[in-house]
Design a protein. Sequence first.
Length: 1007
Amino acid sequence: MVDDFNPNGRTRHDAVALAMLRVRRFTRFRITPAVYRDPRPVRIGAWPVGGEPVPFADAVRHSFEPFELGREWGRPWDTVWFDVRGEVPADWAPGAAELVVDLGFTGDQPGFQAEATVYRPDGTVVKGIEPLNNWVPLPEPGPFRLLVEAAANPVIQVPYEYEPTHLGDRATAGETPRYRLAEMTVARRDPMVWNLLQDIVTLDGLVDVLPPDGARRAEIVHALERMVDAMDPDDIPGTAQIGRRALAPALAGNAASSSLIVSAVGHAHIDCAWLWPVRETVRKVARTFANVLDLIDRDPDFVFAASSAQQYAWLKDSQPELFERVRAAVAAGRIRPVGGMWVESDTNMPGGEALARQFVLGKRFFAEEFGVETDEVWLPDSFGYTAAMPQIARAAGARYFLTQKPSWNEINAMPHSSFLWEGIDGSRLFTHFPPAETYNSDLGAHDLDRGERLFREKGAARHVLGLFGWGDGGGGPTREMLAVAERKRDLDGSPRVRLGDPNSFFRSAEAELPAPPVWVGEMYLELHRGTLTSQHRGKHGNRHSEALLREAELWATTAAVLRGTPYPYDALEAAWRVVLLQQFHDILPGTSIAWVHQEAERNYERVAADLTALIDARLAALGGGGTTPIAANAGPYSRTGVPGMGIGPVTPPATVRPRRDGDRIVLEDPLLRVEVGRHGALASVVDRVADRELLPAATLGGVLQLLRDTPREWDAWDINEEDQRSGRDLLDPVAVDLVDDAVLVRHEVGATTIEVTVRLVDGVVEYGFRIDWHESQKLLKLAFPLDVRADRATSEIQFGHLHRPIHQNTSWDTARFETVAHRWIQVGEPGYGVAIANDVVYGHDVRNAHAPDGRPMTTVRLSLLRAPRYPDPSADQGSHEFTVSLRPGGVAEAITDGYARHLPPRPTTGTPVAPLIEVSNPAVVVESVKLAEDRCGDVVVRLYEAHGNRSSAMVRTSFGWDRLTTTDLLERPVASDAVRATTPGAAVDLLLRPFELVTLRFHDPRA
Ligand SMILES: [Zn+2]
């Protein structure tokens, strides 16, 4: 309902505007209040929990103090249980009675303020209560009792949307009640008046979008006016039927034969955490599913799609009775699990194996709990999409991809709505962007009209997806949305709306586009570029958890296969679940309230402790109790004498001690000569083998830059390019010292201290950073101007790498001013380049430029730290530690360094252990070694071609197996031509295409 038809002057001389002013006023002030009548009070008792939520069984045992309407309730994040008792008069029509609740709602959209779960006295859930969906059915006449679990979730987004808030942390949120209970009454709903209101809403919306001079619009306005004429303002219930009759002809006309077909799928985008903590999402999921189950009973065609296995798992744990009803609805096809991932994760930052596990754990849950397999990827809201996704999704059995987020691009509009998306290895997914550009549609005329205008394939295709239902904070579809959908099945002036399911939509859309357009590579989001850097400790936790999980699985597998040590399936799965949850698209990107990020950091610490203990135990078992110092190398390549994925004695690299040479400090080994100047930056880096200086003339390397970071909006989300015009180089350290084998540079900037150690280890310049960060709205970058003439940057992504142009020829190139790389980035000329690796950085920018002497150069910058103020005013404050390395090299060296940053040989004792797996070609990289998900004891090895070439490799094994299958990510057999030959128990001969991902399953002969 649009009721803000501008009356300020616009209506004059405009008969339609005048008419609509009258219609809307009549609707708002006469018809809407008449939907409910005969309100009756209820008796209310209240029990404030005064802490974290408690289960129903605990709450119901408490005594409830009498409570009245109009009273304040709800300290921030507290829960108040209301005990509600009333009576439904026996003479009311069956189904008419409802409990109407206003918790003190402050805005329109549900999910960002108070909300409640309603229980029967037996503990079963009835429904959620939210703004715009604030009723509870009272089907039985006579006395009733309900328990209302009201969550005082504070509004985080006022008064100004990006104002720092103390409300995002329980410790700082204060004790002031946030709400006043405004209404809790029994009333009867008049279905005739309600249906009249839905008729009006349906037609009214069309007035705003139809051609102003067209006959159809005039017909609708005329009908609405006749409706007002025909009704008695003092007897709405008595004249509602007459009003509906007046509107009937305007609702009877058919849609044009050319109209789009909107597959309307019920949905509720529920962020696993954002402006609320994870624990609140657990309750949001229950409220939303309860709402959905109520609607399913009311409309036989309604289908609801919900992603995120994690959210179903929460429901199973927290509300088992509701979960069983969901399970039944899934079996009946009414609720469709979609997406197949554990959560709707970010896709820029999770590592390859983690993104694979999103599907493995998600799809396994759906298969085990519901017996369903999803064939689409469902990521409507993540901040850009990795070019690795098509291959990973295909390997998980998916065929389709859904998002709408690219519609948020600041500069360039994506050219297609339905198309094939091709990844780095050539895999393709049929992809659809719902052209209404929202996942929170109400199926109103504005959304449908936008969808028609923006659907890029119109003419060639007619099927579009419409996702309707309140989202972000959950809530889901409402009966009003279903009423609109029903009226728009075949309505003149509107696209045709068909309630449907995502899979049927994708099949129809795919079938009608025999030669779809193709988008190749990443789907970069031209917005939210700061999410690669915000909440740095969380990113550190993610990156190091991923590395620890690799280590833990590798050594657990090795110990299981060689020593019979039980494989810790449950502990590993528990760790994965935490890591996968925290890759959610508002946690890992750093865009949630303080509560969420503090909790995430604690969880990462716990995961690290658990996995480290697990690794230590396996290494002790493998070492056999000996005392000889050795080391375990979990990386794929041999290092300091220890073979990749093996355990053995270390041959440490020669220590390079720095020495003073005039006002410079020199580090030198047979490969590199490095000079650090008084300013603490690199003054020279000479590749002694190639006899080549890496730094352009009169240019410093490894320079810290402190830049302004005051985005226009979206503080934690965005970096604005214009801010990078303002900043300074940190070239005035308080100390530059020689410490043993390192140069120690110390900067003090206000309250912030930055300690940088520079070492030279085996031809690699290694940086260690220790930062105590107390900045506000600043961005810290590390800049390496390089004397190479590169035309592109090569960045590691999941299971491969991506080339991106570094010029600014087009608006697309210009907009891509901050990009993601994982463990390394590389720039170069044919035959010569520089590799920069890191152990936490995701945000990079690379540009071609000119040195002071006028010669071309390439500048690589790493985004190290930010300090946004919203939604977490304490974001990034405090201590940070991480490493960066630099050396001459191509992709092969970059990959080696990337793994080296994360998987240093782990000291242990005992006797050496040969690797389970050895690969003859460094281009073929083992990313994961584990035991099979089905716990039968088979060894699963995931490898990928990492150089972007066709690569062959001999994989030698040192454990017993009698049969090999190539599998998908779910470890089910799939045909593959990657395996050329096998020698059971000994070797596999592989030939991989560029970036090809292969999962090998070695069958345990004992199984
Ligand atoms: Zn979201």
